[in-house]
Design a protein around this ligand. Structure first.
Ligand code: DOR
Ligand code: ZN
Length: 345
């Protein structure tokens, strides 16, 4: 018999971009209506680099949550070579910061202030290891000589493995993994390393970026890889391993910024994210593993409590909006206008 209802502990999104201003107002309620908590990325302009800035940003997020919402934004600081370790530690202690995000300088959207030489932040990372504060990693090298499809694999070999050798106690999340190498390494590297997996990297490969013409709304970083990599990442997601958990990397950009001569990286997947994940786990015969991936493995890794309420998904069909309005602009969601099988009650 096929299953047409599934109840889960309410999930969390361990990787989201909310932006600021009109965009923030447009996108926060969508995530807050599905997820109890979300790890909020700090790549604003200028980036969130202090506990005070994170506190202020959290308040701007709470200010646009619907009345009665119990959504909890978990804030991150943007790692720079000049970040103050005492401020980070105090922010972590006070609950204003949950983690620190490493962007190699130039790796992606708003990453110019990121890290050029990881050795220059070793003292900060050492302090984080001491207090148990996780490092969230955009795992791509930025050397223009390295092919864009190889940047994650090279990062693992040249940056991540040496970092884990230097600081074996540092808790690390390798964000939005896209390769077999990442899936294999995370599965086997011990319990200080985990990974988030996006809905889109479970569905699309690099050929999909060019299906019938160039598809700017499927462009994100790390870029989608060959089919063999998609399958390996997908096998990891549905495996039930506690090292893998839900992180949408929902990253809204206005349509005009995506459909441009030089289009921005980022996929706005928040509206359909949970439905997409459910469809994937169902297709792979792993609906019984969805709750661990979406709701249990993340809090366990972060050392946070599991949520106390549940959500129910039903196979009644749900149509993703064609567009979402953000002030004067529109954003096109992932699967815009398509009907997904699973609907959230
Ligand atoms: O595609 C992406 N978009 N990847 C990132 O790492 C950043 C994000 C954004 O902020 O738009
Ligand atoms: Zn991201």
């Amino acid at each position: 018999m096929t299953q047409d209802t599934i109840s889960l502990v309410r999930p969390d999104d361990w990787h989201i971009h909310f932006r600021d201003g009109d965009m923030l107002k447009a996108v926060v309620p969508t995530t807050a209506s599905v997820f109890r908590r979300a790890i909020v990325m700090p790549n604003l302009v200028p980036p969130v680099t202090t506990a005070a800035a994170a506190r202020a940003y959290r308040q701007r997020i709470l200010d646009v949550c619907p009345a009665g919402s119990d959504f909890q934004p978990l804030m991150t600081a943007y790692l720079t070579e000049t970040l103050d370790p005492d401020d980070l530690a105090a922010g972590y202690e006070a609950g204003d910061l949950t983690a620190v995000k490493l962007y190699p300088a130039g790796a992606t959207t708003n990453s110019d202030a990121g890290v050029r030489d990881i050795r220059r932040v070793d003292a900060t990372l050492k302090r984080m290891a001491e207090i148990g504060m996780p490092l969230l990693v955009h795992g791509e090298v930025t050397d223009p000589a390295i092919d864009i499809f190889d940047r994650e694999e090279v990062f693992i070999e040249t940056v991540l493995k040496p970092l884990m050798d230097r600081l074996p106690d540092l808790k690390i999340v390798l964000e939005h993994i896209t390769t077999r190498q990442a899936a294999d390494y995370v599965a086997s590297a011990g319990d200080h390393l985990a990974a988030t997996i996006t809905p889109h990297h479970l569905e699309i490969n690099r050929t999909d970026l060019f299906r019938g013409g160039i598809r700017p709304h499927l462009y994100c970083l790390p870029i989608a890889k060959r089919e063999e990599h998609r399958l390996a990442v997908r096998a990891a997601a549905v495996s039930g391993s506690p090292r893998f958990f839900l992180g949408t990397d929902s990253a809204p950009h206005a349509v005009h910024a995506k459909e441009a001569a030089c289009g921005c990286a980022g996929i706005y997947n928040a509206p359909g994210a949970l439905s997409v994940y459910a469809g994937i786990f169902e297709a792979d015969g792993a609906l019984d593993k969805l709750e661990a991936f979406a709701s249990l493995n993340g809090p366990r890794f972060y050392g946070l409590p599991v949520n106390e309420t549940t959500v129910t998904l039903r196979k009644t069909g749900w149509t993703v909006p064609e567009t979402v309005t953000a002030g004067k602009h529109v954003v096109m969601p992932y699967h815009a206008g398509e009907t997904l099988d699973w609907a959230l009650d």
